[in-house]
Design a protein around this ligand. Structure first.
Ligand code: HDE
Length: 726
């Protein structure tokens, strides 16, 4: 029998049954308003006696009602039936894509008014805070898959504006695999686990995905992004976000301006390397989820800048690609990104299911001042999201769920349906006189502020089922991406193509893919073919390759990770390895300096508890090496006096992996012993060179102390995140 310990101080204070808490009206605007609205919806105060669903207080939910102590269970045991029935219905269908994710609340505030371009409420007053909820996700894997797989990441933002909810449902890559939403089921069927054996979980390295892409060359540009390190982010907090489609801003006079939305992380863009991501999947499958949660709990609130590329309607046809084609970017060198505001995530959800799982995004949730374009991918999405929520959230009333409920007043004639929470008084039709004509519409003439008015685009044409010829160039921007990469990025992309195709069994698929790559870059195609054991492909005819048809610019430095670093080393995680005899002053100096920079520094030793430093002082151990791994840290410090670790297999692996993954290291005094043993183990990454000659390693030979200049140097190395050429 289990015993419920009850509240810490004896019997609970039983509140009177009739007591209710009225949180009062929400504070106007800002984060407080959403908080208050959520508080109002929190039906359960957990600090009280246990009841049934009907509010009947019960004393024992550990034992079924039986006939005698050893007899059969009685059907009349309503407590047992209710408990099991509710449990049996706990699961809802997971999202068909983007099933695994993590979310947080925060706010958005503009730097300046964008009234010249849009009447969107959240872009009017500098400093006015609009509450937001953001959900990040992977695409392919089910809810239980690992965070660090190679995949696109979802980046969906719900703005609870005073004029209604606006959802910007984007990704961490600015283009997509297909041009028309009618291909989405095909694409998703191809990338998801294969139907016969449900393999692979959370990855695209399999026949059906590459079969589809090899036959669907419009996916080529997106493949370049997906095979780059962007597909293995270091953290959700260190990813860019993109609206992908061209949208339209509309100002109070009804004038439209094309817009591309960008989220730029304050911490800079940082990624894992492939081997690291693979190891992380085992060491901490919740790596990104945990990282976001812990950062917010620690008060390190992640922040993004919202940027817009604004394109006057007159320039619709000014580019050598179609603005409606979602497989194209507008290079930042052609139209700069203008920073217009910032978003800060400062509060974790209280209940994963109620909030992160039940949040429902929808591209068609737009507000006055924002409108669509005729991008055929966007138009299909506008149907799909509402449709999928109807099945996933069990009916049409999901917008009444706390996380989805607008802060703006809701007054509709919609009624009934599963899960109806609102007790509607009065009539539900229009026109009516019985209800005083309410709710009324504001028709006729100029609409007042805050009323949605469709952008009056002139459309004239025959119904036709054919892709626009302006969507036909599938290679020039893929080639632009490739040309804009640093050498190390190209190597990572080449390795990723080779790994994925190496997992493909069907040789025709491999060859088609390699042939397709010749249109991006011949050297890339030849090298991938070599690595997977296929014959070198013939060069593509000059007129069909991406190099022959410029995308408006030859090079886009804005695409390379080399140019996307952040300022400083805030929130980076640094491991300080310690053992008996370690120089305690150095350990303290490392910790103090890292903390002063906003980074964290954890001490790791062969065992938990503490070790005794050289001067006899106790050095507290944050984590035992066997319980952690270098992939969970950004940089490593090996202080003087840690010679004993040179024979510790966990410490050796830790440093060898950090070296192999290009991470910054600080090696002090006799810490060289561990470094050299690890370098020998990490063949090819600094092996035999001594720490002084390895890129990204700060060395202090003095043994006793390291001065401020040494730590300055190390901070600069950590700021560079990675030394991929090591
Ligand atoms: Fe989605 N997408 N998608 N998608 N998508 C869904 O909606 C869909 C596309 C994106 O955290 C689904 O609620 C179609 C592009 C994100 O809850 C579904 C097409 C982009 C999320 C759906 C696309 C996205 C989704 C599944 C046209 C980036 C997660 C569950 C080809 C701009 C939102 C759900 C969250 C989720 C349909 C393409 C982003 C089925 C038809 C392009 C971030 O409705």
């Amino acid at each position: 029998m289990t015993v419920n310990p009850g509240p810490p101080e004896g019997r609970p204070q039983v509140p009177p049954v009739t007591e209710t808490t009225d949180p009062g009206p929400p504070a106007p605007g800002g984060r407080d308003a959403k908080d208050a609205a959520l508080d109002a919806s929190r039906a359960v105060d957990p600090h009280g006696p246990l009841t049934t669903d009907q509010g009947v207080r019960v004393d024992d939910t550990d034992n079924s009602l039986t006939t005698g102590e050893r007899g059969p269970t009685l059907l009349e045991d309503f407590q047992l039936r209710e408990k099991l029935t509710h449990f049996d219905h706990e699961r809802i269908p997971e999202r068909v894509v983007h099933a695994r994710g993590a979310g947080a609340y925060g706010f958005f505030e503009p730097y300046e008014s964008l009234a010249e371009y849009t009447c969107a409420d959240f872009l009017q007053e500098p400093g006015h805070r609009t509450p937001v909820f953001v959900r990040f996700s992977t695409v392919q894997g089910p809810r239980g898959s690992a965070d660090t797989v190679r995949d696109v990441r979802g980046f969906a933002t719900k703005f609870y504006t005073r004029h209604g909810n606006y959802d910007l449902v984007g990704n961490n890559m600015p283009v997509f695999f297909i041009q028309d939403a009618i291909k989405f089921p095909d694409f998703v069927h191809a990338v998801k686990m294969e139907p016969h054996n449900e393999i692979p979980t959370g990855g695209s390295a399999h026949d059906t995905f590459w079969d589809f892409c090899s036959l669907q060359p419009e996916s080529t540009h997106m493949l370049m992004w997906a095979m780059s390190d962007r597909a293995i982010p270091r953290s959700y907090r260190m990813m860019q976000g993109f609206g992908v489609h061209t949208f339209r801003l509309v100002n109070a006079e009804g004038r439209g301006t094309f817009v591309k939305f960008h989220w730029k992380p304050k911490l800079g863009v940082a990624c894992q390397v492939w081997d690291e991501a693979q190891i992380t999947a085992g060491r901490d499958p919740d790596f990104h989820r945990r990282d976001l949660w812990e950062a917010i709990e620690a008060g390190d609130f992640p922040e993004w800048e919202l940027g817009v590329q604004l394109i006057p309607e007159d320039d619709e046809f000014a580019f050598p690609f179609d603005l409606l084609d979602p497989t194209k970017i507008v290079p930042e060198e052609l139209v700069p990104v203008r920073p217009v505001g910032r978003m800060v995530l400062d509060r974790n959800p209280e209940n994963f299911f109620a909030e992160t799982e039940q949040v429902a995004f929808h591209t068609a949730n737009i507000v006055p001042g924002i409108d669509f374009t005729n991008d055929p991918l966007l138009q299909g999405r506008n149907f799909s999201y509402l449709d999928t929520q109807l099945i996933r959230l069990g009916g049409p009333n999901f917008s009444q769920l706390p996380v989805n409920r607008p802060l703006a007043e809701v007054r509709t004639n919609h009624r009934d349906g599963y899960g109806q929470h609102t007790v509607h008084p009065g009539t539900s039709y229009a026109p009516n006189s019985v209800g005083g004509g309410c709710p009324f519409t504001l028709g006729g003439g100029r609409l007042p502020e805050g009323v949605f008015e469709h952008y009056q685009e002139r459309v004239d044409g025959a119904a036709i089922r054919r892709r626009s010829p302006s969507f036909a160039d599938h290679y020039s921007q893929a080639a632009l991406f490739w040309r804009s990469m640093a050498d190390w990025e190209r190597e990572h992309i080449t390795a990723a193509f080779s790994f994925e195709l190496g997992k493909v069994g069907d040789r025709a698929v491999r060859r088609r893919t390699v042939d397709n790559l010749t249109r991006v870059d011949q050297e890339l195609a030849v090298e991938v073919a070599r690595r997977i054991g296929e014959p070198a492909p013939d060069p593509a005819p000059a007129d069909s390759s991406g190099g022959a048809e410029p995308a408006g610019v030859r090079l886009s430095p804005a695409l390379s990770l080399d140019n996307l670093g952040g300022d400083g080393i805030g929130t980076r995680k640094v491991a300080v390895l310690v053992a008996d005899g370690a120089d305690g002053d150095q350990v303290r100096a490392a910790q103090d300096r890292m903390r002063a920079e906003g980074a964290t520094a954890e001490t790791l030793a062969a065992h938990g508890g503490s070790v005794s430093g050289r001067a006899g002082q106790d050095v507290a151990v944050d984590r035992a090496l066997p319980t952690t791994a270098s992939v969970l840290y950004d940089a490593v410090v090996v202080p003087d006096g840690t010679d004993a670790l040179a024979a510790d297999p966990d410490a050796l692996r830790f440093v060898a992996e950090a070296l192999r993954h290009g991470k910054p290291l600080a090696v002090l005094g006799s810490g060289t012993a561990l470094f050299e043993a690890a370098a020998a183990a990490a063949a090819g990454a600094g092996s035999g060179d001594g720490p002084g000659r390895v890129a990204g390693v700060a060395v202090s030979g003095g043994g006793q102390d390291a001065d401020a200049a040494f730590w300055d140097g190390f901070v600069a190395l950590v700021g560079r995140h990675r030394f991929p050429d090591r």
